[in-house]
Design a protein around this ligand. Structure first.
Ligand SMILES: *Cc1c(COP(=O)(O)O)cnc(C)c1O
Length: 416
């Protein structure tokens, strides 16, 4: 990409952007929450829509001059409704965590009980981390995966719900590779009179691409980021049943946020438009095929995949359990050869969060670049070669060249 104005006005920032662009082109991106947006999405984010203030909602703003902005936000809302079969959509949340804060604020009072997936097994910070607003303001009761299967046992979830009588049940994750049983969550929530809130930040693109069951018609409220598998700008949205519309809208503004980011909301409209096209379903299907191929290829090389495989775009590798390499060592070694991953706790991890047993891998970014199953075998081989030679600087330098040669075969949509 050319940035002639930045180059002229601020060479320091220009230099940083160009170096990051090169890193993104020459590396293998396996971070499960990352992706590459289209040029159209990027252009909207860089547009003059950033100049406007528009506190409020379409037709009910606290600032004048919003008749055109209203059209952009309404377009994003209508496309999201179509994409997810939603009754009501709020596209203003600035990111996933503030979206979730708004959901808690809209439905609960401080101190209320929330049932959520244990953080060290795949839940998100905003699902009850003690330093996060969720853990500080609400009473969080965790549910867990089973020790032997590493899969959530819905009978146990029901048992905990019946015992604890939470006001809200939160279903969603950042590091879990199996399908969520939304219908069973609904039954359990109804039994105990709890709200059912799904956080589909990670899998929204797979739902929009019709490869995973859509929880929006089943749940009361669903939040998602827009920048992960959904492949839009950084941001989030909340979808809900009509009866929660007013509570959710008030919680977003004025509850949590001031003015919406209109340039980002226009980019959301573009991304939703892209996701409504038939080829987005091919992309979503390929993400899952690639995840399965990568998981199998790693298993053949002797790596243990948590729960034995994946139903979505991500997987957890028990690096310490299978190769006596810690997550931190693995992350550092792979970073040295240009393969981006993140260290991650595995269920019942005997190790600590700063140096856990596992690493998390995801295939959305590579799929966007056009990689298919055969390429996943190459990626697994490159990872293995690096990990097995992690103390040999010369070998790692040579592997980095191979990673670069591989990556440059696949153009990055927003860059080239
Ligand atoms: C990524 C993620 C979020 C938060 O997203 P941010 O935009 O980083 O605040 C929320 N929930 C889940 C499950 C996530 O994976």
């Amino acid at each position: 990409m050319n940035y002639p104005s930045i180059q002229k006005e601020d060479p320091l920032v220009y230099e940083i952007i160009k170096r990051e662009e090169q890193r993104q082109k020459e590396g293998i991106e396996l971070i499960a929450s990352e992706n590459y947006v289209s040029k159209a999405v990027m252009e909207a984010m860089g547009s003059i829509l950033t100049n406007k203030y528009s506190e409020g909602y379409p037709g009910k703003r606290y600032y004048g001059g919003n008749e055109i902005i209203d059209q952009a936000e309404t377009l994003a809302i209508n496309r999201a409704k179509e994409l997810f079969d939603a009754e009501h959509v709020n596209v203003q949340p600035l990111s996933g965590s503030p979206a979730n804060l708004a959901v808690y604020m809209g439905l609960l009072n401080p101190g209320d009980k929330v049932l959520g997936f244990s953080l060290d097994q795949g839940g998100h910070l905003s699902h009850g981390h003690p330093l996060n607003f969720s853990g500080k303001l609400y009473t969080i009761i965790p549910y867990f995966a089973e020790k032997d299967t590493e899969v959530i046992n819905m009978d146990k979830v029901e048992e905990i719900a019946l015992r604890e009588k939470p006001k809200m049940i939160l279903a969603g994750f950042s590091a879990y590779s199996r399908d969520m049983d939304w219908k069973r969550f609904r039954i359990i929530a109804d039994k105990v009179g709890a709200y059912l809130f799904a956080d589909i930040a990670h899998i929204a693109g797979l739902v929009a691409g019709k490869q995973l069951e859509n929880p929006v018609p089943i749940c009361d409220v669903v939040s998602t980021t827009t920048h992960k598998t959904l492949r839009g700008p950084r941001g989030a949205m909340i979808m809900c049943k009509e009866k929660f519309a007013s509570a959710i809208d008030k919680a977003v503004f004025p509850g949590v946020q001031g003015g919406p980011h209109d340039h980002i909301n226009a980019a959301k409209a573009i991304a939703y438009g892209e996701a409504l096209k038939p080829d987005f379903q091919d992309y979503a299907k390929q993400i899952i095929k690639n995840a399965r191929a990568l998981s199998s290829a790693l298993q053949v090389l002797g790596y243990r995949i948590v729960s034995g495989g994946t139903d979505n775009h991500l997987m957890l590798v028990d690096l310490f359990g299978s190769k006596q390499i810690t997550g931190k060592e693995g992350e550092k070694c792979l970073e040295q050869v240009g393969i981006s991953i993140n260290k991650n706790m595995i269920p019942f991890d005997p190790r600590k969060p700063m140096d856990p047993s596992g690493i998390r891998l995801g295939t959305p970014a590579l799929t966007t670049r056009g990689c298919t199953e055969a390429d996943m075998k190459t990626v697994a081989d490159l990872m293995h070669e690096a990990l097995m030679n992690r103390t040999d600087e010369n070998k790692l330098a040579a592997i980095k060249e191979k990673v670069k040669d591989f990556s440059l075969k696949f153009p990055v949509p927003g860059i080239e």
